[in-house]
Design a protein around this ligand. Structure first.
Ligand SMILES: [Mn+2]
Length: 338
C-alpha cells in the first residue's frame, strides 16, 4: 500500500476500537451460511455497541435455526437498512464477499471494519483487527468490548460463550489456549447461560440424523482419508436443509485411522461446497485458497459450481483430485518426520 503521509493506523485492536467509538451508525455483518461463532460474535458486539448508544443493525443473509435460543438473535435481520452507516463491520469473514453479494455492494459504499481470525484473511477493511491465533472470532470481540470499556452482561457473555464453544468444538480443539480459557472463565463468571449454549450447540432435527445416515452410508476411507458426499436430491428426499449438515464433518474426523476428511455437498442444484478437515501437519487451507476458498490450517473449504445433471460425477472427480493433493502432503510430512 502507498504511503500518503501521516494517517491513522489502520490495523490492530486500537484502530478498530477508535473507529467503532467514533461511529454513530454501525452495521454488523457475518458470513453467509453462518454458524455460532459468526452469529454469537455479531450479537455480542451489537449489544455492546448499543450500550454505547450506537445505532446498530445486525445483518446476516441466512437464518440459523440453532441460534433461536440465543439472547438477542431477534436483533439479526436478513435485509439491509435503507441508510448508509458510518461503518460496515464484518465479523468472522476472511474475504468481504463472504457476506453475500447484496451486502458486499452495500459495504463498499462506506468505511469497512474487519474483525477476523482466519489464517486466509484479507486486509479488506479500512480498519482491520485480524488475529489467526485466536481460536474463535468471539475472542477478538471479547477483547474489543473490554477495550471499549463496556461491561459484559449475561447476554453478551452467553453469545460469546456460544462463539467460543462452536469454533473450539466445545474446547476440545488444539487451538484452545490460555487466552481462550481465561476468556471462557471470565464470561462464565459474568453469567454466560450454559444451558442455552448447550441447546444451541447441540441443536438438531430428526431430519439431520436421517441425512447423516445417508452421509455415513457413502463414507469411504482410502489412504487414511475419509470422504463422503451428499446430493441436492438427498436433502429434498428427507426435507433437510444445509444447516442440518453443519457438524457432519466434525463428527467423523476422529474416526480411528483418519487423518483428513473431504465432504462435498450439493447445497443447491449445481452448487457444490467442499469442506476439508485435517490433522495438524496437513494444511487444507492452502488447498482451499487455491480454489478461491479459505479457512484455517486444519479446517477449510471452498465452493464450485457445475451443472446439476453432472453433480455426482463432478463430486467424485473433486474427491479424487483433493485426495491426491492431501496424499502428497501426507507423504512429504511423513518423510520429514522419518
Ligand atoms: Mn470463526
Amino acid at each position: 500500500m502507498q504511503d500518503e503521509g501521516p494517517k491513522r493506523v489502520k490495523n490492530g485492536k486500537e484502530a478498530v476500537v477508535r473507529a467503532l467509538l467514533e461511529a454513530e451508525n454501525i452495521v454488523i455483518a457475518s458470513h453467509e451460511s453462518p454458524e455460532l461463532d459468526a452469529i454469537g460474535s455479531s450479537v455480542a458486539l451489537g449489544i455492546a455497541l448499543e450500550k454505547l448508544n450506537k445505532k446498530v443493525w445486525i445483518y446476516n443473509k441466512d437464518r440459523l435455526e440453532s441460534c433461536k435460543f440465543l439472547p438477542g438473535y431477534d436483533k439479526v435481520k436478513n435485509y439491509l437498512p435503507n441508510f448508509i452507516p458510518d461503518i460496515f463491520c464484518t465479523v468472522d469473514c476472511a474475504t468481504l464477499d463472504r457476506v453475500g453479494k447484496e451486502a458486499y455492494d452495500f459495504a463498499i459504499r462506506t468505511t469497512i471494519v474487519n474483525i477476523d481470525h482466519h489464517c486466509s484473511s484479507d486486509e479488506f477493511g479500512t480498519f482491520n483487527y485480524i488475529d489467526p491465533d485466536a481460536s474463535a472470532c468471539g475472542i477478538l470481540i471479547y477483547e474489543l468490548i473490554n477495550e471499549m470499556g463496556v461491561e459484559i452482561n449475561e447476554d453478551i457473555a452467553t453469545n460469546l460463550y456460544a462463539a467460543l464453544a462452536k469454533d473450539t468444538m466445545c474446547f476440545l480443539l488444539p487451538t484452545v489456549d490460555k487466552r481462550t480459557m481465561k476468556i471462557a472463565y471470565d464470561i462464565v463468571e459474568k453469567g454466560a447461560n450454559l444451558g442455552i449454549v448447550m441447546r444451541a450447540i447441540r441443536y438438531a432435527t430428526l431430519k439431520k440424523y436421517k441425512l447423516f445416515s445417508t452421509f455415513i452410508s457413502r463414507i469411504q476411507i482410502e489412504d487414511s482419508i475419509l470422504h463422503s458426499y451428499l446430493l441436492f436430491e438427498d436433502y429434498e428426499k428427507i426435507g433437510a436443509t444445509d444447516e442440518d449438515t453443519e457438524d457432519f464433518i466434525d463428527m467423523v474426523r476422529t474416526i480411528d485411522g483418519v487423518r483428513a476428511v473431504i465432504f462435498v455437498r450439493e447445497k443447491t442444484p449445481g452448487n457444490l461446497k467442499v469442506s476439508l478437515r485435517s490433522e495438524k501437519e496437513i494444511d487444507v487451507s492452502e488447498i482451499s485458497r487455491k480454489r478461491g476458498g479459505g479457512g484455517h490450517k486444519n479446517a477449510a473449504g471452498f465452493s464450485i459450481t457445475c451443472s446439476s445433471q453432472t453433480a455426482k460425477e463432478n463430486i467424485l472427480k473433486i474427491i479424487e483430485v483433493i485426495k491426491d493433493e492431501i496424499i502428497k502432503q501426507i507423504k512429504s510430512s511423513d518423510a520429514q518426520n522419518f
